[in-house]
Design a protein around this ligand. Structure first.
Ligand SMILES: [Zn+2]
Length: 153
């Protein structure tokens, strides 16, 4: 059986660890990381410079990145929202916040849907039904809490 060859730093040269130019992937990965660590200032300035010269594209990338967090309700986004409220981001709090946002979004969608329905059909008609519903609801509330009998309304 042929022994597995090793690279200069001792990584196994398995097919998965050899890149297209016959180099060691693990070494390349390490050296890239080391370069990023030691040149972080240069890279940061370079990125800033690129953003300055490519404002439109930079804005597009930024928007894409943000909308991914917002659309998919990622943990990072939940942490940010909790941080804005001054709440500690525990796993439970993150999940609760996520559920709250889902609820708010569903409600918003429903309101938009209802608004669309109102515009479609006879506006006054729908509004009338809604209004009488609200009055009925108020009446029920008052009977339940005894306000009507106390105030004599
Ligand atoms: Zn290596």
């Amino acid at each position: 059986m042929e022994a597995v060859k090793l690279c200069k730093r001792g990584h196994e040269r398995t097919p998965e660890n050899v890149n297209h130019s016959r180099g060691c992937r693990k070494c390349a990965c390490g050296s890239n990381q080391r370069y990023r660590d030691s040149h972080s200032d240069t890279l940061y300035r370079r990125t800033l410079g690129w953003k300055k010269n490519n404002r439109e594209r930079a804005k597009l990338y930024e928007k894409k990145r943000t909308s991914n967090h917002v659309d998919n309700l990622t943990d990072a986004y939940m942490k940010k929202r909790l941080g804005q409220m001054g709440v500690v981001a525990t796993a439970v709090n993150i999940e609760l916040k996520r559920q709250q946002i889902i609820m708010k979004r569903t409600l918003k969608e429903f309101k938009q849907w209802r608004k669309g329905k109102e515009n479609e059909s006879n506006h006054a008609d729908v509004y009338g039904i809604e209004q009488s519903d609200e009055i009925n609801h108020e009446g029920r509330l008052q009977t339940r809490t005894g306000i009507s009998s106390a105030t004599g309304v």
